[in-house]
Design a protein around this ligand. Structure first.
Ligand SMILES: Nc1ncnc2c1ncn2[C@@H]1O[C@H](COP(=O)(O)OP(=O)(O)OP(=O)(O)O)[C@@H](O)[C@H]1O
Length: 247
């Protein structure tokens, strides 16, 4: 890992087990044959993917549905581990990967700020100090003492984004979820992301909004069926995606 690298992905492989529904007859035959062969199938979601990210770089992860983008973000954030290869990260990560992840449904917005802040590495004092700003940025003061199971997906995003930006992360991972925010809040998030970029933070974004990612990122990494097929200028990556060349 060079001095300026904040993420290093080396030959990452991630496999999932796909379960299939089998008829009783298939199951009996399988038992009869001494349970030889597999009743499940292994699916390779990421195959030998390598890249590194330098401090301050902004990267869009592109690819069609199911190409492995979210899986890659989950590996980088540590929510999942690789089956082969290695992922090294330097610095504090904040990930907005799944709406509602890191939130407990039976706790209120207020309590979840503390829970989520702690998960993202903030101390109680730091959360106390940032609490009012977090709530103000989210604009959901009215519902802050409501259990989050009653929140809409946009309200989850508001709280999650707000906590994440206040943790002062070195690396920000954002999956599609900005799409669930309304337009004014999306604009506010994008402005904050621009500020993070100016502060020299690193950014990895997954989005199908190609114009948006082309305006936010310098670099584009294109995944095709779990394999990295392009890593370079974001406009080139977007053009390849639009031409369907990665198919
Ligand atoms: N937990 C899981 N168990 C089984 N298969 C999974 C799991 N998570 C992801 N997959 C499979 O891995 C592949 C890659 O999924 P992933 O969500 O990373 O794709 P993606 O590029 O983010 O897609 P999209 O653009 O639709 O969000 C898909 O075929 C998906 O079905």
């Amino acid at each position: 890992m060079s001095d300026t690298d904040v993420i290093r992905v080396e030959h990452a492989v991630k496999k999932f087990t796909l379960k299939h529904t089998h008829s009783l007859k298939e199951w009996v035959v399988w038992n009869f044959k001494g349970r030889r062969g597999e009743l499940t199938e292994s699916f390779t979601a990421l195959n030998d993917v390598s890249f590194s990210l330098k401090q301050g770089e902004t990267v869009a992860l592109l690819g069609f549905n199911g190409s492995g983008k979210s899986t890659m973000l989950k590996l980088i954030s540590g929510v999942m581990s690789t089956d082969e290869g290695e992922i090294r990260v330097r610095g504090k990560i904040a990930g907005l990967i799944e709406v509602g992840a890191g939130f407990h449904p039976d706790l209120t917005g207020r309590e979840n700020i503390y829970l989520n802040g702690a998960i993202l590495g903030m101390s109680e004092d730091e959360i106390n100090a940032a609490f009012d700003d977090i709530v103000a940025f989210s604009e959901i003061e009215q519902f802050i003492d409501t259990e989050v199971k009653f929140y809409s997906s946009g309200m989850f995003l508001r709280l999650a984004f707000s906590v994440a930006v206040h943790t002062n992360p070195d690396i920000f991972l954002i999956d599609e979820i900005l799409a669930v925010g309304d337009e004014p809040f999306q604009k506010k998030c994008l402005k904050r992301i621009e500020e993070l970029k100016l502060e020299g933070k690193s950014l990895v974004i997954v989005s199908h909004d190609l114009d948006l990612v082309a305006s936010m990122c310098e670099r584009g990494i294109l995944l095709r069926k779990g394999e990295l097929v392009f890593d370079g200028n974001v406009h080139q990556a977007v053009a390849m995606m639009r031409d369907g060349k990665e198919q």
